[in-house]
Design a protein around this ligand. Structure first.
Ligand code: GLV
Ligand code: GLV
Length: 351
């Protein structure tokens, strides 16, 4: 069997999975995004499966070529799969995999990092100090926002969104509102039990509620963290109108997918509202930023690295290798992988 891997991956375990199952592995070495032409050239006339990246557009053209090369499986090294035309894969009988579960905590920790960086103006203050501008300790210097007992709003309370919510509720003692078309009962039970524990110890319990719309979250929350999948229904979910529904001193976090936010509208909003902050890991036209975004002091930006920890990336790489090799060998695939001792992937099921 032959597997093409379109980018260098992390750790050794993913390669062990493939070689121990008698796969020949071809790793493309370029750090640039491969064109469809280059991917087809790498697949050649014999390719049983591909481990690819979110920067590649896996549409009908590539799935036709993979099918023609005898391919059975494709896996993203990502939980998101908006770069994959799943219908096209299905049409050509190719199984599609992603890497849920292993990156939940890392991604949530980045979202929380961005919340604190925005609230306490960490990046602005760092730049100020490095620029030699600090003359004196002042009670008025870099006044930020207290999170404790404010309200975090979660839009999309799946694995990552609910974890961000719990981290901020338990860690920063925030109240919480969430919107998701599905009720997340496990999440709600954890919120209830934390609230009860506080009450039992004579502390003011945190409050939480599930609301009926994104708009209800936007109006109620001091911090809004976005965690939906990107699809037609969530493209530009945060447009100019919805940005204006948020409190003028709110914080907006996006660790999901760039196009969930109308980035041009966000630049306008941040420019017009200096008390409003945004923390972004993802962008509409990666690696390009919309004009003006990187000039704004009330924006914290990092280059799509929310899952970038060694353990997480090794886990994602290994899960992708398991996805592809299991399908090719006709063995059961893992919906999620529990190889990491500290990662508990709730809802992980063996299919
Ligand atoms: C990264 O963005 C992912 O979807 O895993
Ligand atoms: C600040 O440094 C304080 O001591 O309050």
């Amino acid at each position: 069997y032959r597997v093409v891997v379109t980018k260098k991956l992390v750790g050794d375990l993913w390669l062990d999975v493939l070689t121990s199952r008698d796969f020949r592995v071809e790793v493309c070495q370029s750090e640039l995004t491969l064109s469809q032409q280059q991917i087809m050239a790498a697949m050649g006339s014999r390719c049983d499966g591909v481990i690819g990246q979110l920067t590649e557009k896996w549409d009908d053209t590539l799935f036709v070529a993979l099918k023609r090369a005898g391919g059975k499986a494709y896996s993203n090294v990502a939980v998101g799969f908006d770069n994959v035309d799943v219908d096209a894969a299905t049409r050509h009988g190719i199984a599609m995999g992603n890497t849920p579960g292993v990156l939940t905590e890392a991604t949530a920790e980045m979202a929380v990092s961005l919340v604190y960086a925005c609230a306490r103006r960490v990046v602005e203050a760092d730049a100020y100090l490095r620029a030699g501008k600090w003359k004196n300790w002042l009670p008025t210097l870099f006044i930020g926002k207290l999170l404790s007992r404010k309200t975090v709003g979660i839009v999309g309370a799946g694995r990552i969104g609910s974890t961000v919510g719990l981290m901020l509720v338990r860690g920063a003692m925030m109240d919480l509102v969430y919107y998701d078309k599905y009720q997340n009962k496990q999440f709600e039970a954890k919120l209830d039990s934390f609230a009860r524990a506080l009450a039992e110890h004579g502390e003011e319990p945190i409050r939480w509620r599930r609301v009926d719309s994104v708009e209800d979250v936007l109006r109620a929350a001091d911090v809004v963290s976005l965690h939906p999948n990107l699809d037609k229904t969530t493209f530009h979910l945060m447009n100019a109108e919805r940005l204006k529904m948020m409190k003028p001193d709110a914080i907006l976090i996006n660790c999901a997918r760039g196009p969930v936010v109308d980035e041009t509208a966000l630049v306008e909003h941040c420019r017009a509202t200096p008390t409003f902050y945004a923390g972004l890991d993802v962008f509409e036209d990666e690696p390009q930023l919309k004009p003006g975004l990187d000039q704004l002091e009330n924006v914290v930006i990092v280059p799509h690295i929310a899952s970038a920890t060694v353990w997480t990336r090794a886990g994602m790489s290994t899960l992708a290798a398991c996805n592809v090799s299991s399908v090719v060998l006709g063995q059961p695939t893992l919906a999620s992988l529990d190889i990491l001792p500290h990662v508990n992937a709730p809802g992980a099921t063996q299919v």
